[in-house]
Design a binder for this molecule. Structure first.
Ligand SMILES: NC(=O)c1ccc[n+]([C@@H]2O[C@H](COP(=O)([O-])OP(=O)(O)OC[C@H]3O[C@@H](n4cnc5c(N)ncnc54)[C@H](OP(=O)(O)O)[C@@H]3O)[C@@H](O)[C@H]2O)c1
Length: 432
């Protein structure tokens, strides 16, 4: 039996500080679970002089990664720096040195997860990454363990708290994107550079990880079709509500005819569906499988303590094995490559908002274009917005149609004399 487990922290910011605090404050509980004490043996940071949320002994801090990676007392390297590089280099180095790794890094796992796991399997070490998706809400372990007997059919996720907060506010207040973003930044819910969140990049990383695990096929963030939330307006929320829908930034993965569709974009979600009611910074992931049916995971997607909860669970898992000298089986065997469906092949329903001239025959012209491309209309709302300028707004809900036809129709519609502009096009996600 191993007498103690040594942890090397790479990064001690929001999450690293939380992990250090919990290892210290819940030391007895963790020791009880593991069967031996777990102690931090080294902490890599950029600036050793910076004030920290947790007071660790100064002797543990270093700016030299080798002090942690090559430290013989470090059994588990916990990467909590973020970003692709140098985090990836340090994780690979740790594995090559036979150390176990825990990481919360979605970018590294989305881009390099399968390679890292293959390298770890060869070295007989564990790499766990529960905190990389949905923070404190368990989703990686359930996919790898509890749902392992299932075929995953679809994944629907609200996996970015910042955008969900912004969309919730837009829905509640009818405000526009820019105003709510500013407010979210002032409250600390959005970063000063919000690109990764509002353009769906962060959600695409997480969807790539979930899809790789769910479909047991290599899916990277580059495979994910991505559209952010910046084009949504208060009007879209108003119309969506009238039609019985919420608007959410959804991360969607589905198996269709043996290929996989992976996409992140704003979607109209029927307001009776559970995921439509997930508001504020919370996250939710619904997995539909052949055996279990629909399973919903819901909870905090970020924050120091929720994320620490996931990191420490991984630490305890590895530490237990270390203490008992157990070599864990590799968590994932990927099947051969599966085709990623291009977005043009998507078939779904659509919401279209068009700004048009208030003249007789406008509607007929638009319907003619749609009809020619095989797109039929399920419902329509026409609002006279500006009587003096003779402008009106038309909102159309289509039946199921092909993405390529809808894009072509929009191109043709925007060329019509009677159409001033395309207000928005939002895909509608239906639940059966
Ligand atoms: N925050 C959350 O709620 C949350 C939720 C889920 C997942 N995550 C993930 O958890 C990870 C950590 O996030 P965080 O919010 O804790 O980040 P953070 O507060 O920015 O902390 C990053 C830490 O890493 C250190 N660091 C960064 N680059 C470094 C480098 N090149 N060399 C040495 N040290 C370096 C920083 O050192 P200094 O302190 O000296 O600058 C800092 O201590 C990220 O992958 C993030 O995506 C975070």
């Amino acid at each position: 039996m191993k007498e103690s487990v040594g942890i090397g922290l790479l990064g001690m910011g929001v999450v690293g500080g939380g992990v250090a605090r919990v290892i210290s404050q819940k030391g007895h509980h963790i020791q009880h679970l593991v069967g031996a004490p777990v102690a931090i043996e080294g902490i890599l940071v950029r600036d050793v002089g910076r004030a920290r949320s947790f007071d660790a002994p100064a002797s543990l801090f270093t700016t030299n990664p080798n002090d942690v990676l090559h430290n013989p007392k470090v059994d588990i390297v916990v990467e909590l720096m973020g970003g692709e590089y140098p985090a990836l280099d340090y994780i690979q180095k740790a594995v090559s040195l036979g150390k176990h790794v825990v990481t919360a890094n979605k970018e590294v796992m989305a881009k390099h997860g399968p390679d890292i796991l293959a390298q770890a399997a060869k070295k007989g070490v564990q790499v766990l990454f529960e905190a990389s998706v949905a923070g404190g809400t368990p989703i990686i372990a359930p996919l790898l363990r509890d749902l392992v007997a299932n075929d995953v059919l679809t994944i629907h996720g609200i996996i970015n708290g910042t955008t969900n907060y912004i969309l919730t506010k837009m829905a509640q207040e009818g405000s526009d994107f820019g105003d709510v973003l500013k407010e979210a930044q002032e409250l600390g819910y959005a970063e000063s550079d919000p690109t990764n969140d509002v353009e769906g990049i962060d959600a695409a990383y997480k969807l790539a990880i979930l899809s790789t695990l769910g479909f047991r096929a290599r899916v990277s963030d580059a495979d994910v079709y991505r559209e952010g939330i910046t084009k949504l307006t208060g009007l879209d929320f108003q119309y969506a509500k009238e039609l019985g829908y919420a608007i959410k930034l959804l991360a969607i993965a589905a198996k269709v005819d043996g290929s996989i569709q992976v996409r992140v974009h704003p979607a109209l979600v029927p307001d009776h569906v559970m995921i439509a009611k997930v508001d504020g910074v919370l996250n939710a992931v619904e997995i539909q499988t052949d055996l279990a049916g629909r399973v919903l995971f819901h909870g905090p997607g970020a924050g120091d303590m929720p994320t620490t909860s996931a990191v420490v669970a991984d630490l305890v898992d590895i530490s237990r094995n270390l203490v008992r000298n157990v070599v864990a089986a590799p968590p994932l065997r990927l099947s051969r490559d599966i085709r990623i469906r291009p977005m043009s092949e998507l078939e779904t329903k659509y919401y279209m908002r068009l700004n048009v001239a208030e003249r007789p025959g406008v509607f007929a012209q638009i319907l003619t274009v749609l009809g020619r491309l095989g797109i039929s209309i399920a419902s329509a709302i026409q609002k006279e917005n500006d009587e003096e300028a003779q402008r009106a707004e038309i909102v159309l809900m289509t039946h199921r149609a092909k993405e390529s036809s809808v894009q072509e129709a929009l191109r043709l519609i925007s060329d019509l004399d009677v159409v001033n502009s395309i207000g928005n096009l939002i895909r509608v996600e239906e639940w059966d």
